[in-house]
Design a binder for this molecule. Structure first.
Ligand code: FRU
Length: 549
């Protein structure tokens, strides 16, 4: 539908049409990044799930390839569901995925490239041994899905995979299997981890991160635990449709269990990858970039009717490098892969802007539908030291209470408006909100307000956000990717991230603008030094890859 075609993104991954959900089996092979994904070939709503497939040289420009796998056996006839790739030391690739059987039982299946010499990995051979795993006793027949990339046991160098499930008491959990050949598996008696009250764990991910500030590279999935290594466990909570992670220690020599550093911010009750729309994510290790790269499924927040009208649903997040934040030690840093910066065409800088309380100021970057924004805010310490303490405790604020970006507080909200029209009838606000506690310390919230993002009335519009750690002496830093119908924001170098899908009706094409705003009542002279990189990469970015190929 051409009326809605502006909603398609330009530099986020999307299939040509129809429904997409989870990223599957990302890997790097013979010069190409591969992305597989849950895809419905027949419609813009979920169903008939196959594996779509695309390749890229740079994680940004993609060549769409034929379907990698379709439901054609009893063990996956109701869907070729989510799975992960493992590259063995001899170069062999094994793909493990969940199949929904004729009876809709969830089983795990093995597939391998039919021709390992084909760098495009066009054809996949499902194993004669499928299914290689069926739900074990005590596990619900429909609570057993999404196998991870395998890692080598540091104890005996056999392989381990983990699979999410839940127990009858509604605790989310991760089962661990041992295998030598990916055909035969032993269920280990202990769980990798279990958290009460969190329900079904979908799309579990488990990987090492480096703790040494001097070694800020990604770690290969089989990197053994020990000095300088922590392990991240992530689960996608079916109950609330968010991706939760925690940092902890993997005991690979003993029982194959993982323990969070801080039980109060355990998986499912603590940190999220993203406080907006972001789900069913998966990482892979990129041996060329020596980095761990995260993909997340960004669904629609419009109606199913609109999805059918426009003929497609969902995009993937910008691939994000993931590192442990060695400054705080307690969260990850997510950052758009560096290749995104190659898309910056027209740079515009705005320096030392001062914006007074209660004002909105346009920033002229021309057409503003595709942007890569970097902004730094210097908070006027005089204002913060004058501000009344203890009036509103940090404990009582949250992004989704009150009026969002149009509320007025002592030290916030202030930030940017993107995908806005000249009259500000439509705008998406990305903002900080500071609160000074009774002890004199500042607490910083990072929020994204969709409430006025569109005049359309078939949308879910929310104010998203959470706390963001800000260390002594740090300015407030923002990175925002704007791409037609998605706003992906990263605060403080990626400590807290928020993704929104927005559907403006006026702030489109040449009418899209950006603004600075300050609704704080007590920051007299907030100086904002900011840079806007206005990118104008052409749409249909995959055409560029066609040329390369
Ligand atoms: C997550 C999920 C997975 C499943 C797949 C089916 O979004 O429900 O658990 O394998 O999608 O499409």
């Amino acid at each position: 539908n051409s009326m809605l075609s502006w909603q398609r993104t330009a530099f986020h991954f999307q299939p040509p049409n129809n429904w997409m959900n989870d990223p599957n089996g990302p890997l790097y092979y013979k010069g190409y990044y591969h992305l597989f994904y849950q895809w419905n070939p027949d419609s813009a709503v979920w169903g008939n799930i196959t594996w779509g497939h695309a390749v890229s040289r740079d994680l940004i420009h993609w060549l769409h390839l034929p379907l990698a796998m379709v439901p054609d056996h009893w063990y996956d006839i109701n869907g070729v569901w989510t799975g992960s790739a493992t590259q063995l030391p001899d170069g062999r690739i094994v793909m493990l995925y969940t199949g929904a059987t004729t009876e809709s039982v969830q089983v795990q299946n093995l597939a391998e490239p039919a021709d390992p010499n084909d760098p495009l990995l066009l054809h996949w051979a499902k194993s004669e041994a499928n299914p290689v795993l069926v739900p074990p006793p005590g596990v619900g027949l429909t609570d057993f899905r999404d196998p991870t990339t395998a890692w080598r046991s540091p104890a005996d160098s056999s392989w381990r995979i983990t699979i999410g499930s839940k127990n009858p008491d509604h605790a989310g959990l991760a089962l661990v299997y041992k295998t030598d050949d990916f055909l035969n598996y032993d269920l280990l008696p202990t769980l990798l981890h279990v958290v009460s009250g969190t329900g079904m764990w979908e799309c579990v991910d488990f990987y090492p991160v480096a703790t040494d500030p001097a070694i800020q590279v990604g770690l290969e999935t089989s990197t053994p635990p020990g000095a300088g290594v922590k392990h991240v466990l992530k689960a996608s909570l079916d109950d609330d449709r968010n991706d939760y992670y925690a940092i902890g220690t993997y005991d690979g020599e003993g029982a194959d269990t993982w323990t969070p550093d801080n039980a109060e911010i355990d998986v499912g009750i603590g940190l999220r990858y993203d406080y907006g729309k972001f789900y069913a994510s998966k990482t892979f290790y990129d041996p060329v970039g020596r980095r761990r790269v995260l993909w997340g499924w960004i669904g629609e927040t419009d109606s199913e009717r609109s999805d059918i009208l426009k003929g497609w649903a969902s995009v993937q997040s910008i691939p994000r490098t993931v590192l442990l934040d060695t400054k705080t030690g307690s969260n990850l840093l997510q950052w758009p892969v560096v290749e995104v910066e190659n898309l910056r065409m027209h740079g515009k800088k705005f320096n030392d802007i001062v914006i007074s309380p209660g004002s909105v100021m346009p920033l002229d970057v021309g057409k503003a539908t595709q942007l890569d924004i970097e902004a730094v805010f210097e908070v006027d310490t005089l204002a913060t030291s004058k501000s009344i303490t203890g009036e509103t405790g940090a404990a009582t604020y949250s992004c989704d209470m009150g009026a969002g970006a149009v509320g007025r507080g002592l030290l916030g909200p202030f930030g940017l408006l993107v995908l806005a029209d000249d009259d500000l009838l439509e705008r998406t606000a990305i903002f900080f909100y500071l609160i000074k506690g009774v002890n004199g310390n500042l607490t910083t919230f990072f929020c994204q307000d969709e409430l006025s993002s569109s005049k359309a009335n078939d949308l879910v519009k929310r104010v998203y956000g959470s706390l963001v750690p800000v260390l002594d002496g740090e300015n407030l830093a923002l990175r925002i990717l704007v791409d037609h119908s998605i706003v992906e924001s990263f605060a403080q170098g990626g400590r807290t991230c928020i993704t929104s899908r927005v559907y403006p009706t006026k702030a489109i094409y040449e009418s899209a603008r950006i603004f600075l705003f300050n609704n704080a009542t007590n920051i007299q002279a907030m100086r904002r030094r900011r840079t806007v990189e206005d990118r104008c990469t052409q749409r249909r970015a995959s055409k560029a890859l066609n040329a390369v190929l």
